[in-house]
Design a protein around this ligand. Structure first.
Ligand code: THU
Length: 134
């Protein structure tokens, strides 16, 4: 991915962040997921008064892509709040690992971001291979 593609993905994440439902944390997050075929799926965080029922932006984006029949992805861009880079939470890292999302882009704006490889953020993952071991 070149910097133009990365900025475009971050732009989608910034746009969907406006729809975040986060009355409890007041910490809106937007995510944009690039599928292998070039389609972009977006998601924002969606909180609940029963706090554990809340969902992160990343998993909402992945859910939309899966519901649309996609299984292969190139990258996900994440934009949080408070002017810092927002890192995906542990549960989202597990879900990103399930679908081998190789590149994670944590952005503050369209041109201020950090790039991480999945293995870097989630080393020694529990994967489907573990279930095959005796
Ligand atoms: N959140 C996300 O949506 N993605 C992240 O990567 C980090 C955290 C949400 C969960 C909750 O709604 C709010 O941010 C504060 O934790």
């Amino acid at each position: 991915m070149d910097s133009k593609d990365i900025s475009a993905l971050l732009g989608k994440a910034l746009a969907v962040r406006k729809n975040s439902y986060s009355p409890y944390s007041r910490y809106p997050v937007g995510a944009a997921l690039l599928a292998e075929d070039g389609t972009i799926y977006t998601g924002c965080n969606m909180e609940n008064v029963s706090y554990p029922a809340s969902l992160c932006a990343e998993r909402n984006a992945l859910g939309s892509a899966i519901a649309d029949g996609k299984r292969h992805f190139r990258a996900i861009a994440i934009v949080g709040s408070l002017g810092d880079y927002t890192m995906p939470c542990g549960i989202c890292r597990q879900v990103l690992a399930e679908f081998h999302v190789p590149l994670i882009i944590c952005g503050k704006s369209e041109d201020d971001y950090r790039l991480f490889r999945l293995e870097e953020l989630f080393p020694a993952a529990f994967t489907a291979e573990e279930l095959k071991k005796e």
